[in-house]
Design a protein around this ligand. Sequence first.
Ligand code: PMP
Length: 386
Amino acid sequence: MTKTSFIAKQHQQNRSSLIPSVENKSGKDLINLGIGDIDLNTHPLVIADAFNDAKNGFTHYTNPMGDIELRKEIIKYHKEEFKNYEFDIDQVFVVSGGFHGIYLLFKTILEPKDEVMVIKPFFSAYLNQIELNGGVPVLIDTYSESNYDISIEELEKKISPKTKAILINSPSNPLGKIYSEENMREIAIFAEKYDLLIIADDIYDFYSFKIDFTPIYTIEKIKERTVSICSFSKNFAMTGWRVGYCIGPAEIIKTMSTLNENITYCTSSISQRGALSALRNIKKIKESTIPIFESRIKFMCEELRKIPKLKFYQPDGGIYIFIDVTETGLNGKEFSEQLLEKYGVAGLNGEVFGDKNSIRIACTIEETSLKEACIRINDFIESLSL
Ligand code: PMP
């Protein structure tokens, strides 16, 4: 009997989709455009406040729904920022990051074989998260010709009596798409027509460059059928603190929290104090983070545009660029593996985001290194036609 036989059959073949199967053999330094971890450290004010709070005794379990002061601050933030929309305290649940929140939500809502509509290309974890909770992801195509808007016709084609929810991620990972208010309204009407829950993954909302981000819950009546997933990870450069929150109908939020009492019980008290400080210092933090990414995305798009055979959607927001490499004659897997092996640049194979002809790059390094990455990508593409 091997140790593997202790593992449930359904998990025996599980592999990380984010770890490349090849190594950098280029002899050059690795330029890592792979995993989307914000390279900037958390703002010193947040670190200092969390440290002081830890010294002052915030070292215990918190309320399972989250630190009360933090939840009040979250409500205040949403009220001030987005069309005066107000939430009650029992509609806000602090979680250990967006991953955790989305997982708990699927656990809360899905009956076996319930379907969740997922827009392509999608954040890689969604499919596993739905399947791990007994559901079935139903993929919805979007097209470059129509600017990757969500087409109601496509949704109508895929609706079934089993459809429970539709998941919208804006600004999106990997594309950087921000859905317009008009497109959101169409989706809201569709969700009402078929009585669907809307799951709004809003974790990149600060990174809105071209158009303003509008949370879907601000659309009339839609708040009652929306759960928003928010996170401090990307917005506040706090990926390692593992803190985020969900806002939505009180019954759903309560069930998520009750389930979580048996999983993590509550989120780290010290991280929650850090999150409270982040919200209180929101202006300073935004100013010191977001323009850097806006400038990098702009710079990188300009550089990539000079390289032949690459096509991409100019992001409206977010921290990634999703590049179609079809014209190079390679698929996303071949392109990303050879680029890493021979030129020391790590990107991610687009297949994990639902598009096997693309790669995703994260602009989580300084512009000088982004420039060097583009030089190497260009050299790689030139070498293909030699
Ligand atoms: N949603 C999206 C779209 C993401 O890209 C990520 C992380 N890359 C998450 C959720 C989860 O992030 P976290 O758990 O750090 O909040």
